[in-house]
Write a protein that binds this ligand. Structure first.
Ligand code: SF4
Length: 370
């Protein structure tokens, strides 16, 4: 595409954004192929505002847990999973997991537990239901955002139940929402290369569709920056948009940059995504996903300085504090979580936006607008 072609394409997309018209596949591709990064940011910020976005930028105080890293799947991009017999494999008992969560809650007032795991073939469905119930009983006012669609699908095979039956049991035990993992890239060509053992993407959609119809909100993601093409990225985003049109249950979209370290891709010379690609993905996500209200700049992956820039590229959420406190923290000292909140607030303010602490469902808990 020549520079002049690119300018006229972006101008025609701008006209659509100003009129709050839906962008199509070709628009998405043109945006990804554009090198005019500042124009992309400007367009995405415009789209966010045209659709009712304000200066509020959200974060949540949460605790990340992984109960087991034992996994049967062996995705090629994964540096987390182990087989049962490998060094470093672990599965926490329900009591160990709950004790840890309760101790952390005494040190920080997190409002959400975010937990994903390997697909452990050595535990049964009851293990998951009992875990949810025990966490909910121990911490009834904490929102439980647990288990990717892949884990839910794994549970259906463990239990011989349908997705709806599994989700109903988990919901009745205390599950609040699903995280968005397991989506990777929906295109079968890519899935076959990076995650050949993972279930067909139709199951990912079926799980989220079922959850939404049961009143369980969910999140959605895309893992980018490996073997996928721009066409496959756009296809992924449009499939999510179609699903949101059908059920409306996605709370937020989180683009996840691929990290090659400790994977086969590192040995093949793969590198981290660049800041340019990360900002482009945030902008294009905001522009195409006109029906998903929140786009997260996941600072844990992109770093807080770039996440703050992403707030001008369509993002309106920087995710959470994601800090574990030391149990023997000196009495009266400022906790790491409090430090992290201060840092998030500083970055968001420096970006000219208003920091707002939220719960998982985007209810406002505290704001810094002075
Ligand atoms: S299913 Fe999840 S934990 Fe298992 S190998 Fe794939 S990404 Fe890793």
């Amino acid at each position: 595409m020549t520079v002049l072609d690119s300018i006229s394409t972006l101008e025609s997309i701008r006209a659509k954004v100003e009129a709050n018209e839906r962008l199509d596949f070709e628009d998405g591709l043109a945006l990804l192929e554009s090198d005019d990064l500042l124009a992309l940011g400007d367009l995405a910020d415009l789209a966010r505002r045209v659709r009712g976005g304000t200066d509020d930028v959200y974060f949540v105080q949460n605790l990340y847990l992984n109960q087991t890293n034992v996994c049967r799947v062996k995705c090629k991009f994964c540096a987390f999973a182990r087989t049962q017999k490998q060094d470093g494999a672990y599965t926490l008992s329900i009591a160990e997991l709950v004790d840890d969560a309760v101790r952390q809650r005494e040190l920080t007032r997190f409002t959400e537990i975010h937990m994903v795991n390997g697909e452990n073939p050595h535990v049964g469905f009851e293990f998951y239901v009992d875990t949810v119930r025990a966490l909910h009983e121990a911490l009834p006012d904490v929102h439980l955002k647990l288990y990717t669609a892949s884990e839910i699908h794994h549970m259906t095979t463990l239990a011989g139940l349908t997705h709806e039956e599994v989700l109903r049991e988990l919901r009745d035990a205390g599950l609040g929402s699903l995280p968005g993992g397991g989506a990777e890239i929906f295109a079968e060509r890519v899935r076959g290369l990076i995650a050949p053992g993972k279930e067909h993407p139709d199951f990912w959609f079926h799980t989220h569709d079922t959850a939404h119809r049961l009143g369980i909100p969910t999140h959605c993601t895309m893992l980018y920056g490996h073997v996928e093409t721009y066409e496959e990225r756009v296809d992924h985003l449009l499939r999510l948009r179609d699903q949101q049109d059908r059920t409306g249950g996605f709370l937020a979209f989180i683009p996840l940059a691929f990290h090659p370290e400790n994977t086969v891709f590192e040995r093949r010379g793969w590198r981290f995504t660049t800041g340019v690609d990360d900002l482009k993905m945030i902008a294009v996500s905001r522009l195409l996903l006109d029906n998903i209200p929140n786009v997260k700049a996941y600072w844990i992956m992109m770093g807080m300085p770039l996440a703050a820039v992403a707030l001008h590229f369509g993002a309106n959420d920087v995710q959470g504090t994601v800090v574990r406190e030391q149990i023997f923290h000196a009495a009266g000292a400022v906790t790491e979580t409090e430090q992290k909140i201060g840092e998030l607030v500083r970055y968001v303010r420096e970006a000219g936006r208003v920091p707002v602490q939220r719960d998982t469902l985007y209810n406002e808990l505290r704001r810094w607008d002075d």
